[in-house]
Design a protein around this ligand. Structure first.
Ligand SMILES: [Cu+2]
Length: 147
């Protein structure tokens, strides 16, 4: 019994230490950015487990929604409201694919790699409408380059 309590206390201390080092990454939702019209900026973020990703509605009329087949196993799918901030705590290793619901086919997508991007191959096989396929091809190139 005593041992169990000691283990729990140690576990909590480790969790707090990890949390203290967690970084926050900001992604803006824009009508016009460095890469053109209707973009997440930046559209690629390399994060560590436990970091926070904040999608900021700098321009209204955008949202952040997870893409089916592009989340680590067990991570809850999400869909933000238009013009509203979305805050994700990326507590699982892998690839997180994000789209703006109305501008998906225009290529308004973002990719977050957490840790060493475990699920990259599976996520890269997902098909996308319009320009999103081209954008993701470019973003998965950044995943490969970052490892
Ligand atoms: Cu949009």
């Amino acid at each position: 019994m005593k041992r169990t309590i000691a283990t729990l206390v140690l576990g909590a201390a480790v969790a707090m230490a990890a949390n203290a080092n967690a970084a926050e990454h900001t992604i803006e939702m824009l009508n016009k950015g460095e890469k053109g019209a209707m973009v997440f900026q930046p559209d690629f973020v390399k994060a560590e487990i436990g970091d926070t990703i904040r999608f900021v509605p700098t321009d209204k009329g955008h949202n952040a929604e997870s893409i089916k087949g592009m989340l680590p196993v067990g991570f809850e799918p999400f869909k933000g409201k238009f013009g509203k901030e979305v805050i994700l705590t990326v507590d699982r290793q892998g690839i997180y694919g994000v789209k703006c619901t109305p501008h998906y086919a225009m290529g308004m997508v973002a990719l977050i790699e957490v840790g060493e991007g475990g699920s990259a191959q599976q996520a890269a096989a997902v098909k996308h409408p319009g320009k999103a396929g081209k954008t993701f091809a470019e973003l998965f190139g950044l995943v490969a380059a970052s490892n």
